[in-house]
Design a protein around this ligand. Structure first.
Ligand code: NAP
Length: 283
């Protein structure tokens, strides 16, 4: 069997076109949606992410407010900026790029963001809402994975879904979304005994680990749907957490790296910004 390759670029383009139409409809009512992107320090990877997010926002008709602060910024200064953005009626979404410099504590900053503007979905209110079956703003990467699974027509009800990774960013919200879609969910992590056996039981596998090709192709259940969130740089090349070529021999469908989950994350960030903007415009 050779798997279908799930085209994240194409699905992300569809999401971005939907966002552009929604942004134009709001703008026609005199209400241009706005996204504030905050970058502290000079981590080069973060600078690229932030630039790409702001560029994608502008292309979709979302006003992007860039706030680039020096690494020497104090906790108080950053909290004050968040407070100003919370109060700014032109700002519908606030994103603080992680990781912050080690001198700053991210948690209080994330908790200071107005939950209604928390387009990353990391605020404890939004986390609790997701797990309580009242989702509002949901983390972008897992949301993008759900969109890919929907696009694939993957059957989640009663399916065995295995998530490898339990971060707040990806693994945990991913598990919550799959559970809400009636999958039977197993969450694996670095202390899991016999990862291979867990993976072998998965109808749907989501790998969010950050270890190049840790998931071996031979572990994959024939006919499974495989979503690879991992992004690992190996010898100047980007590779996922799944041994792609061997896994594609067994899976029914699989995301490539790059070109799978990656493009979905920014698309879902814009989609969340429109959700927040529409809710604020109607409230
Ligand atoms: P993270 O916070 O480092 O979490 C990694 C998770 O993997 C942890 O839960 C860890 O377990 C688990 N893990 C590590 N080694 C393991 C092993 N040998 N066996 C089983 N589990 C293991 O990373 P993250 O933020 O969730 O990101 C995961 C990956 O996705 C990274 O490659 C990242 O670059 C990528 N990513 C991609 C996108 C995208 O847009 N495509 C977005 C976000 C992240 P413990 O909890 O026990 O330590």
């Amino acid at each position: 069997m050779t798997a279908r390759i799930i085209d994240g670029k194409q699905v992300a383009a569809e999401v971005r076109a939907e966002v552009a139409a929604r942004a134009a409809a709001l703008a026609a009512r005199g209400r241009v949606p706005g996204l504030a992107v905050v970058l502290v320090g000079d981590d080069p990877a973060s600078a690229v992410y932030v630039r790409n997010k702001a560029k994608a926002a502008r292309e979709a008709g979302v006003r992007a407010f860039d706030h680039v602060l020096p690494a020497s910024t104090s906790q108080g200064e950053l909290m004050a900026l968040v407070a100003r953005l919370n109060a700014d009626s032109a700002v519908d979404g606030i994103l603080v790029q992680l990781p912050l410099p080690s001198s700053l504590d991210a948690r209080p900053v994330l908790e200071a963001i107005d939950p209604a503007k928390d387009v990353d979905g990391f605020h404890a209110d939004n986390v609790g809402r997701l797990w309580s079956g009242m989702p509002r703003l949901v983390p972008c990467t897992p949301l993008g994975v759900m969109r890919l699974l929907a696009h694939e027509g993957a059957n989640l009800r009663g399916a065995s879904a295995v998530v490898v990774g339990r971060s707040n960013l990806v693994g945990k919200p991913m598990a919550a979304l799959l559970l809400a879609a009636d999958a039977t969910v197993t969450i694996c992590h670095s202390r899991t005994a016999d990862l291979a056996a867990r993976v072998a039981g998965a109808d749907v596998l989501v790998a969010a680990i950050g270890r190049a090709e840790l998931i071996r192709g031979a572990w994959i259940k024939p006919g499974a749907t495989v979503i690879d969130v991992g992004m690992n740089r190996v010898g100047g090349k980007l590779v996922g957490d799944v041994e792609f070529a061997a896994a594609a021999e067994r899976a029914a469908a699989i995301t490539p790296v790059p070109g799978g989950v990656g493009p979905m994350t920014i698309a879902m960030l814009l989609s969340n910004t429109l959700d927040a903007a529409e809710r604020r415009a109607s409230g």
